[in-house]
Design a protein around this ligand. Structure first.
Ligand code: NCD
Length: 328
């Protein structure tokens, strides 16, 4: 475990403000260094002896590629399993044995699964063996996606640098909030910021779950729910748009959802505050019109890049390489 106490990364409730600020500073440092040849070489020299196992049994483009790139930025080597049908799972190997096996070859396990709770279970398995390696949750079913929330925080901090950061901001989240794990993980992090106001806009039946609202209430975070985008635009600093999470349907409920009012395109943008930003974890569905992609308020392409810097920062912090990053 690093001197900062970071080992497994499972759920955003484990982060406090000093750690979030530290990771944002570290991400900026990695980003700056990576842009020069000498800086990139010094980053590569940080962890050439470390190996990462990327175990992704649920589809992924950005999270997989950005973790892969983050590892390579730090000079790490990577192995991957993306298709369980060609691993020993088809021979009936248990999850417990597979995870323990990964730790024989890797110094960190980065994993994404379609089921909830699996990363937490992998961390428990690790904690019960003599030489555990850290487990990073890269998305566990509909419950948590902590590293997405970290890159979202980094994007918000960068966007509001001139306005004092995230403290005091009004942030709206729109879409399938019931099953969107990115919104759930990001909402948990808001307890670390002062005077943040949250606004939730969701189609009927897809509202944010009670456990998140209870968490916000327990931490005194102001929040309101609305059914129309126009009702929450006034004084808004950021809108976080999400897609309909059809893959978690139990009874084809997405089929009957009217998602059109939860979309954003050139027309909605005309009524949007001139200094508010638009975020989306991607991939997009029809809720995000490509026609707005080049608007200066759009941050989703920057989120993708920030994911790589933040994940490199996170790995550096887990492996206690922060001092080697020459933090001023
Ligand atoms: C998100 C995810 O996988 O939860 N994507 C991502 O990691 N950038 C969002 C989504 O799939 O809707």
């Amino acid at each position: 475990m690093g001197t900062n106490g970071l080992f497994h990364v499972i759920d955003t409730r484990q982060f406090d403000r000093p750690m979030l600020d530290h990771l944002c500073r570290l991400a900026t440092h990695v980003r700056t260094l990576a842009k020069s040849k000498a800086g990139a070489q010094s980053l590569q020299a940080l962890a050439p002896d470390r190996r990462a196992m990327l175990y992704f049994t649920q589809p992924s483009t950005r999270t997989f590629l950005s973790f892969n790139s983050a590892c390579h930025i730090l000079g790490m080597r990577t192995s991957e399993i993306r298709n369980p049908s060609i691993s020993s799972e088809v021979k009936g190997e248990t999850f417990e044995d597979s995870i323990r096996t990964f730790s024989s070859y890797a110094d960190v396990i980065i994993m994404r699964t379609p089921e909830g709770g699996k990363a937490a279970r992998a961390a428990e398995i690790m904690n019960a063996i003599p030489r555990p390696v850290p487990v990073i949750n890269a998305g566990s079913g509909p419950d948590q996606h902590p590293t997405q929330a970290l890159l979202d925080i980094y994007t918000l901090e960068r966007s509001f640098e001139q306005r004092g950061g995230i403290d005091g901001r009004t942030i709206a989240m729109m879409g399938d909030l019931r099953r969107g794990r990115t919104v759930r993980s990001l909402s948990y992090l808001m307890k670390n910021y002062k005077d943040v106001r949250l606004r939730f806009v969701a189609p009927p039946g897809f509202e944010i779950k009670r456990d998140i609202l209870d968490h916000l209430d327990a931490h005194g975070i102001e929040h309101q729910s609305a059914s129309r985008l126009d009702d929450i635009l006034d004084g808004l600093d950021a809108l976080y748009v999400t897609r309909l999470q059809k893959e978690y349907d139990e009874r084809n409920e997405s089929e009957s959802a009217d998602y059109a009012p939860y979309s954003i395109g050139p027309e909605q943008l005309r009524r949007f505050p001139s200094d508010a930003i638009i975020m989306h974890p991607l991939p997009r569905g029809p809720e995000l019109a490509p026609g707005i992609d080049n608007d200066p308020r759009v941050m989703y392409w920057r989120q993708e890049r920030n994911g790589m810097w933040m994940r490199a920062a996170l790995l550096a912090a887990i492996f206690d390489l922060d001092s080697g990053l020459d933090m001023e």
